[in-house]
Design a protein around this ligand. Structure first.
Ligand code: BES
Ligand code: ZN
Length: 927
């Protein structure tokens, strides 16, 4: 069935893509003054670290630390200077020695985060040892070496934790803090004797002296600085081991180890699985996973010591929901995949971050699919593809391979492009090459670059060599240019005419061109074709293909199972065929998802009417699958929002229609769990209840409130299991107003009482979803379907403005950990958006200071700006930020403004749809 496309120019595209080679700074080793090393994007390479010997002494009471570092350095060209990174550290100048020489010049440039040491003579070529002492603060910013707070026996305690990715090892010790400077690390800690002290490697020796102990760790293999880790605090652990005998532990707060069992089990299974998949054993002697109460991201793959926020690691049968469970499994698998993809083989520079994150994301689905086949995990993968496609439809998106010139730019690229688009183009490539060939090639890539670094091209070269396919030309069009195509498909007699154009949500067509792996099937999945679309247009002859199909059963689906990272716009005849196929249940779940997502996106871009989108949605009325309905629901909620602004008169009818669409499935699952029901049905119940509450379905709201009251009397009542609580909390919040704040106060009380992170986040807003909630993800427009629902903060979801402001103020208090702010932000109601925006303006100075990191400050901007839908508002926001914008959230701001303008344009177009009202009435009446 393989059909190679006859026409089409082979990629001139590769050429048009930006050529970027971030090779190391080629500054002369013979520079004259330290100043000459300023303003560079990378450190010079004339001296490179080989081994670090690092001693750290954290003082948990004073929140400070002192340290001594000595690094064996290889000097490869004649120089008088050593240049390395350091930030927010007080380096003791008198302690600095290279061999026996003290430097004659010591310059610390805070803005460049470098330390330049000048000597009065040329350093001898070859190996020498650089040593120095320094001190620093255990900060509260969840980066570098920081303190996190917890309670032990009712007493407040501090723990010391590191988070070094992307460029914050330099805040803990002076070092060559770039991924390509791999070195061996020998770490020693001096800590209070009663505490647990962990690092990447196992302990070799411990000596106790009075109240302190000194813990010596084994020397690590070659690794990058951003993967170094230390945790010091009070913990309990549970332990298990892999088939090969690697010891795996999960550390939790004292007394909570039972909540670590699930992650331990998934962890051990994932290690066994990845060892086979990458055909390489787990590289270290042990693996620890640990839950940290204050944690900026969701989890961090430090070599041999993986850190997690509590909600991403701990699972409790009684307290966690099915989606908590899934999130834990995916997160564990993702971080453990990094132990190979990222830690053993590391990106050469941050431009290739997607190699780390895209691959870990993709491969985590592979692992979870094999451990929990009943979760339909690959269908759920389309959540990733969807959020990648939604973000990448913005003109303010960026290519997967992105230029990085300063450490401060790195954080902002941990976004849906690196993760979701990255993972999706990998899936596309795997499906094009075939699973087996792909795996074999990946295993050779890992072998070839183990303990070393690789660029995107290096991976393509190995894949090309192993498979003989034009991998580089094909993939370059996807990783070096931003955006993706929409394929216009038109039936012309016996021909299917195809044309590609860059898809943008603002309705314009960008200049991009791709080599598109096309697949098509007709009337049945057995009749399929596969080819590369290389030019602007092409024609597929469907005579033999379609001959057996006719009438009702004639349908053509392109992009089978949504393996490709593109959208399809069908002509009316083809679209009608697919609508019938959906009703007749002829399509795969993935294809049903793809059709509704593409249609929604085309509607936002005003390439098709809202009227036709509503008709299509109606075809899903009898659907009962969670994965499909999660996308349908997300589209419904977005339609609900836009119609409130676009057509207030019609919006209550549209609401009724959307409720009607979801009600059949909701009735089927009801409120009460059924014996032996599937994991996905449990997720479906939670999803539909939340959606119905959001849409204002009276019966569901009343029932939610009724069950909430029972729950207040009996926290263990089977009438409100954790899976359904979110819906009940949202229902309660709908009743809250300034004059009746009981519901808010009661929820707040539950929030304060519980020590469970998942319950806290459920109330604050959501289920954990990690760093990915930075940038794109918070606005409903662009969120993972599942997050659209889960992100709805309960507290801030109230229609009453004053209550929204109260919820936002709560975020500024000690009640909410800074790590959890985005839960509140994600929930802001449509009615609350003006109040939230006013609040942000009022509190801006404080907010920038408290949440300085790129992803967190981007959350604030995105979640308050994106809900607006008018040009005037966009102008007002631009004006406010004109004097306040910073590189850390500049892209997030531009993207948010673009979304506002896209909504404004969509609204205009909806207003002029002639048959919208009539169609809504028709569909409402239809049986
Ligand atoms: N390497 C990241 C953690 C990270 C993110 C460090 C941003 C620095 C900046 C880690 O592997 C990761 O991707 N974690 C995800 C979880 C995952 C399941 C997608 C996260 O934190 O959300
Ligand atoms: Zn990751």
């Amino acid at each position: 069935n393989i059909y190679v496309c006859p026409s089409g120019e082979v990629a001139a595209l590769a050429k048009s893509a930006v050529a970027f080679d971030p090779s190391a700074s080629d500054l002369p080793a013979m520079a004259e003054s330290p100043e000459q090393f300023r303003g560079q994007s990378r450190l010079p390479r004339f001296a490179e670290p080989l081994r670090y010997d690092l001693v750290l002494r954290p003082d948990l009471a004073a929140c400070t630390f002192s340290g001594s570092a000595s690094a064996a350095v290889a000097v490869s060209s004649p120089t008088r200077f050593l240049v390395l990174n350091a930030a927010e550290l007080a380096v003791d100048r008198s302690s600095i020695r290279f061999q026996d020489w003290a430097p004659t010049e010591v310059a610390q440039f805070e803005e460049d985060e470098i330390l330049v040491l000048g000597f009065d003579r040329e350093l001898p070529l070859g190996e020498g040892v650089l040593a120095m002492d320094f001190t620093g603060t255990l900060n509260d910013q969840m980066r570098g070496f920081y303190r996190s707070k917890y309670e032990y026996n009712g007493e407040a305690r501090n723990m010391a934790v590191t988070q070094f990715e992307a460029a914050d090892a330099r805040r803990c010790f002076p070092c060559w803090d770039e991924p390509a400077f791999k070195a061996k690390f020998k770490i020693t800690l001096e800590v209070p004797a009663e505490l647990v002290a962990l690092s990447n490697m196992p302990v070799v020796k411990e000596t106790v002296c009075g109240p302190l102990k000194t813990v010596y760790y084994e020397e690590s293999p070659l690794m990058s600085t951003y993967l170094v880790a230390i945790v010091v605090g009070l913990f309990d652990y549970i332990e298990s081991s892999t088939l090969e005998g690697t010891k795996v532990r999960v550390y939790t707060q004292v007394g909570k180890t039972s909540q670590g069992k699930f992650a331990l089990d998934v962890g051990v299974k994932s290690l066994d699985l990845f060892k086979d998949y990458f055909a390489t054993p787990y590289p270290l002697p042990k693996l620890d996973m640990i839950a940290i109460p204050d944690f900026a991201a969701g989890a961090m793959e430090n070599y041999g010591l993986v850190t997690y926020r509590e909600s991403a690691l701990l699972y409790d049968e009684q307290l966690s929901s099915a989606s908590n469970k899934q999130q834990v499994a995916i997160t564990v698998a993702h971080e453990l995949a990094h132990q190979w993809f990222g830690n053993l083989v590391t990106m050469e520079w941050w431009t290739h971050l997607w190699l780390n994150e895209g691959f870990a994301s993709w491969v985590s689905y592979l692992a979870v699919e094999s451990i929990f086949p009943e979760w339909n995990n690959w269908t759920q993968f389309l959540d990733e593809t969807t959020s990648g496609l939604r973000l990448d439809a913005l003109a303010e998106s960026h290519p997967i391979e992105v230029d990085v010139n300063h450490a401060s730019e790195i954080d902002a690229i941990f976004d849906s492009i690196s993760y979701d688009k990255g993972a999706s183009v990998i899936r596309m490539l795997q499906s094009y090459l075939g699973a087996e060939r792909f795996q074999k090639a990946l295993a050779s890539y890992i072998k070839k670059y183990a303990y070393s670094n690789a660029k995107t091209e290096d991976l393509w070269a190995v894949l090309e060599e192993e498979t003989g396919e034009p991998v580089k030309d094909l993939m370059t069009t996807w990783t070096k240019q931003q955006g993706y195509p929409v394929i216009y498909a038109k039936l012309n007699g016996q021909d299917l005419e195809l044309e590609q154009a860059q898809f943008l949500s603002d309705g314009s067509s960008g200049p991009g061109m791709w080599i598109v792996p096309m697949t098509a099937c007709c009337g049945s999945y057995d009749l399929n074709k596969k080819f590369l679309l290389k030019g602007k247009t092409d024609t597929m002859h469907i005579k033999d293909f379609a001959a057996s199909q006719s009438g009702q059963n004639f349908w053509i689906k392109l992009n089978i199972d949504q393996n490709g990272f593109y959208r399809v716009k069908y002509d009316d005849e083809l679209a009608a065929g697919l609508e019938n196929a959906i009703k007749a249940k002829k399509l795969s779940l993935m294809d049903m998802i793809g059709i509704v997502e593409d249609s929604y996106a085309l509607s936002v871009a005003c390439k098709q009417t809202l009227t036709s989108l509503l008709r299509l949605l109606n075809a899903y009325r009898h659907e009962s699958d969670y994965t499909v309905l999660s996308h349908v629901t997300s589209v419904c909620l977005s339609v609900n929002k836009i119609s409130t602004d676009a057509n207030p008169d019609l919006s209550s009818d549209i609401k009724q229609l959307l409720i009607k669409l979801l009600l059949l499935a909701a009735k089927r699952v009801g409120w009460d769990p059924k014996d032996g029901e599937s994991h996905l049905d449990v997720m479906l119940r939670s999803l539909l209840l939340i959606a119905l509450v959001k849409l204002g379905h009276d019966e569901t709201i009343k029932e939610g409130i009724r069950r909430f009251h029972i729950f207040l009397e009996d926290r263990k009542t089977p009438l409100l299991p954790p899976d359904n609580r979110k819906a009940a909390y949202l229902a309660v919040m709908r009743t809250v107003s300034t004059s009746n704040r009981t519901g808010y106060d009661v929820l707040l009380k539950i929030y304060k009482e519980t020590s469970e992170a998942q319950e806290k986040s459920r109330i604050l807003g959501v289920l954990f979803f990690s760093n990915l909630c930075n940038t794109a993800q918070l606005s409903d427009e662009l969120v993972h379907p599942i997050n659209t629902l889960l992100f709805l903060g309960s507290l801030s979801s109230c229609p009453d403005k004053d209550i929204v402001v109260q919820a936002l103020n709560l975020m500024l208090t000690d009640e909410v950990r800074n790590q959890d702010a985005f839960y509140v932000l994600g929930g802001i109601s449509l009615e609350g958006r003006e109040a939230a925006w006013a609040w942000l303006k009022d509190n801006w100075d404080h907010v920038v200071k408290t949440w300085p990191s790129s992803s967190l400050i981007s959350d604030f901007v995105n979640s308050t700006v994106s809900p607006f839908t008018s040009e005037e508002k966009a102008a007002e926001v631009s004006e406010f930020f004109a004097t306040r914008v910073k590189p850390s959230f500049e892209r997030a701001l531009k993207q948010s403004l673009e979304r506002v303008r896209i909504s404004a344009r969509w609204i205009d177009s909806i207003k002029s749809e002639p048959s919208l009202a009539q169609t809504v009435q028709q569909l409402l009446l239809q049986e």
